[in-house]
Design a protein around this ligand. Structure first.
Ligand code: FES
Ligand code: FES
Length: 151
């Protein structure tokens, strides 16, 4: 069983037929070749696959592709064309908050969602925004400090 959906992904309109069981992550990576969104745990627990759905951060491995019908998705590829991406990248580099980089697109999308909500996040806002994002390499303090630099 499949469904035809109309969606906007990174500012581009798509009309696509998607199987009912396909996840948004599979659609992005396997059908649309948007491999910047990473697959970690595959069950909603690591945050590596985070994208924005109508401006809210979601874990694309546990969203079904057909659920984005009539909605707008932004992935790390879409964010790359924006000034916010450059700012976030700069502070992550400045604080050595990137090592292998696997988790980074998910963190960056979570930070973008946070900045959409408030231009002046406090420590608690940052903690909540990054909560549940796993990083095996960097240590969360560097990432937290990087986000603080944006304020
Ligand atoms: S791959 Fe989606 S939350 Fe881990
Ligand atoms: S930088 Fe390697 S998992 Fe986070």
């Amino acid at each position: 069983m499949a469904k035809t959906i109309n969606t906007i992904i990174n500012n581009e309109k798509h009309e696509i037929e998607v199987p009912y069981q396909m996840s948004l992550l599979e659609l992005l990576r396997e059908e649309l070749n948007m491999t910047g969104t990473k697959e970690g745990c595959g069950n909603g627990e690591c945050g590596a696959c985070t994208v924005l759905l109508d401006d809210l951060p979601v874990r694309s491995c546990i969203i079904l592709a057909h659920e984005i019908d009539q909605k707008e998705v932004v992935t790390i590829e879409g964010l790359k064309n924006t000034g916010d991406y450059e700012k976030i990248k700069e502070v992550f580099m400045a604080e050595d908050a990137v090592q292998c980089g696997f988790c980074t697109p998910g963190f960056v999308m979570a930070v973008k969602a946070l900045l959409n909500r408030t231009k002046y996040p406090n420590d608690q806002d940052i903690k909540e925004a990054l909560g549940g994002h796993l990083c095996r390499c960097t240590g969360y303090e560097a990432i937290h400090k990087a986000v603080k630099r944006l304020v």
